[in-house]
Design a binder for this molecule. Structure first.
Ligand SMILES: [Mn+2]
Length: 316
């Protein structure tokens, strides 16, 4: 499955791993695990990963690397957990010498720079990194195992969502066998900053509903500034308005600093990935997101109309 990726890796002496903006557990976990696994196999190559990572896990899983431009221009860039270069958090990816990609988002056919492995049936990119290691007989050390566990745990909503539960639990079992401490990782993941109380208070007091069955929250830039958080921090809270009976689609939108709108949308039964594609977004069938610019009221109206249409179509 990963033959083309491994031959690209063998071609290059310098490799930099990139992930998406607002990195989550799967993005950060994939980057760290892939870096460590490759470093162990190729001790003479220079191998790094970049991006802001998840600081609360640095004591357990460790930080990403500071990499200078001169390194990137002579490196193979491996993009993980993201559709295309545009979604990379570190936009210096465009300067790289060569490219490869490993991802589990629904293909948007926007990565054309090199070989890629996409499996949108995989629970997480971490699951794919695990399969990559197994296929190539690469050793998974304890930190990499912890990083992979983190990605699988978070991207599956704590083992709730998967296409192949047997494969997912087989992998998780093996990671536990390698010494992963699920209680520690879970506790660390649960830890939230005090400001999350203000975000929750805002979300719960600004819920809007439509007759079509949509539940949503819209935060203006002023709303956000009053709390002192980013649009990404607001949008990370879709689970607070999830699974309300009679409301099969829910989303959280927040105005960005540069005049755009960021949205994270979820559904229990409808394909919301098809909705976000209209706004240049991507993701998974039941969990997707986008950031777009334009006339704010117009975007919200269009988004609500597309959701209503999706519910109506699906209910017929
Ligand atoms: Mn992911």
């Amino acid at each position: 499955m990963f033959e083309k990726i491994i031959s690209k890796i063998e071609e290059h002496d310098s490799i930099v791993i990139f992930g998406h903006r607002n990195p989550d557990g799967d993005c950060y976990g994939s980057e760290i695990a892939l870096r460590n696994i490759l470093r162990a196999k190729y001790p003479t190559k220079s191998i790094y990963c970049v991006g802001s990572g998840l600081k609360k896990f640095y004591d357990i899983i460790g930080p990403t690397d500071a990499v200078i431009d001169e390194t990137i221009v002579k490196s193979l860039a491996i993009l993980v957990d993201a559709n295309d270069l545009e979604r990379s958090e570190d936009q210096r990816i465009y300067k790289a010498l060569d490219f490869a990609k490993i991802d589990h988002h629904i293909d948007t056919f926007t990565f054309t720079e090199g070989p890629e492995v996409i499996d949108d049936k995989a629970s997480s990119t971490c699951e794919l990194i695990y399969l990559f290691a197994k296929e190539n007989n690469l050793e998974i050390d304890l930190i990499s195992a912890s990083a992979l566990y983190l990605g699988i745990m978070t991207d599956t909503g704590r083992f709730q969502f998967a296409n192949n539960f047997v494969r997912m639990f087989d992998i998780v079992r093996d990671l536990c066998d390698l010494g992963v401490d699920p209680i520690l990782l879970n506790k660390t993941n649960n830890l939230v900053p005090e400001i999350s109380l203000d975000i929750k208070a805002f979300i719960y007091s600004h819920v809007r509903k439509t007759d079509d069955g949509i539940i949503y929250v819209y935060a203006t830039k002023e709303d956000r500034e009053k709390i002192g958080v980013t649009s990404a921090q607001i949008c990370a809270n879709t689970s607070l308005i999830s699974y309300v009976a009679g409301h099969p689609i829910w989303f959280v939108s927040a105005e960005t600093d540069d005049g755009g709108i960021q949205t994270e949308i979820r559904s229990s039964i409808f394909n919301v990935q098809e909705i976000v594609v209209h706004f240049g977004g991507g993701g998974h069938t039941y969990a997707a997101g986008f950031t777009t610019k334009g006339h704010k009221e117009g975007i919200l109206k269009e988004l609500l109309a597309l959701c209503a249409e999706t519910i109506k179509k699906g209910s017929n």
